[in-house]
Structure formats: C-alpha cells, structure tokens
Ligand binder design. Structure first.
Ligand code: SF4
Length: 58
C-alpha cells in the first residue's frame, strides 16, 4: 500500500493532518504530504474519505 497526496488537488485544509498526523504532515508549500504508508492508530482509508478534495490516493 502506497499513500500519496495529489499536490494539484490538495487545498491545504489540514483535515488529514488533524486526523492522522502519523502519516500526513505539512509540505513546504502549505499542502499536505504523506510521509508513511501505515499507521497503527488510524485507518488511512477513513482519512482519505474525509478529504474534501479527494486528493489522497491509497
Ligand atoms: S484533507 Fe485533502 S485537501 Fe485537506 S490537506 Fe489533506 S490532502 Fe489536502
């Protein structure tokens, strides 16, 4: 499983980072980035479902 954030779609709202800071962090351009592919606390697919821009690919 590979998780990525489409930089062209991400609005930088920060929801994914609030929901799972283990996987999602801020990139230098104010958009989210995925730095891991797994989280032992949160289900990344549920986080992706909450992205208003549908920018998270799993
Ligand atoms: S929830 Fe989606 S639009 Fe918001 S910061 Fe994360 S990837 Fe970007």
């Amino acid at each position: 499983m590979t998780i990525s954030v489409d930089q062209a779609l991400c609005s930088g709202c920060g929801i994914c980072i609030d929901l799972c800071p283990e996987i999602f962090t801020w990139g230098a351009d104010g958009k989210a980035q995925a730095v891991k592919d797994v989280c032992e606390i949160h289900n990344p697919e549920e986080v992706a479902d909450q992205c208003p821009m549908d920018a998270i690919d799993i």
